[in-house]
Ligand binder design. Structure first.
Ligand code: ZN
Length: 145
């Protein structure tokens, strides 16, 4: 599981936060002041072993980017996905799965091409779209959740 580092606005200490917990209103481990996560979010990196548990327990709607590092359109989309993750820490969870390393989960969802974006609400797959698309297309699908 990936982590992010957020400096506390109150005491200045750097906090290491698991990406899977960035949505749970983390507090500074030193002075216990809530950390301001706005603009700090990162995509949650999920894989074969943690995907189902994470999506099932997610407190917010989840968008998952199924990508491969060797795919050109996927690389085009990664900065967009990163930007969405940094903006949406309070309302949506943005996650990504490297399908070259996590073939079980890709097979489970019958993913034939990357990038494929899937949208989950209350643990259920409710929408999906394949191929490189504009950020507004993904934002619209999130708003519809
Ligand atoms: Zn602090």
């Amino acid at each position: 599981m990936n982590t992010l580092i957020v400096a506390c606005a109150s005491c200045g200490k750097k906090n290491r936060i698991p990406a899977s917990k960035q949505f749970l209103h983390p507090k500074c481990g030193h002075c216990h002041v809530p950390l301001n996560m706005t603009g700090k979010g990162v995509p949650v990196e999920l894989g074969d072993y943690d995907f189902h548990d994470f999506v099932k327990q997610a407190p917010l709607p989840v968008m998952v980017d199924f990508f491969s590092p060797t795919c050109g359109p996927c690389r085009t989309m990664l900065p967009i996905v990163d930007a969405m993750a940094s903006e949406h820490t309070q309302r949506f969870i943005i996650a990504k799965v490297d399908t070259s390393k996590n073939q079980q989960i890709a097979a489970f969802f019958n993913i034939r091409g990357v990038p494929t974006f899937m949208f989950f609400k209350n643990g259920s797959l409710v929408d999906q779209i394949a191929g490189a698309v504009g950020q507004y297309v993904l934002e619209q699908k999130l708003q519809n959740l």
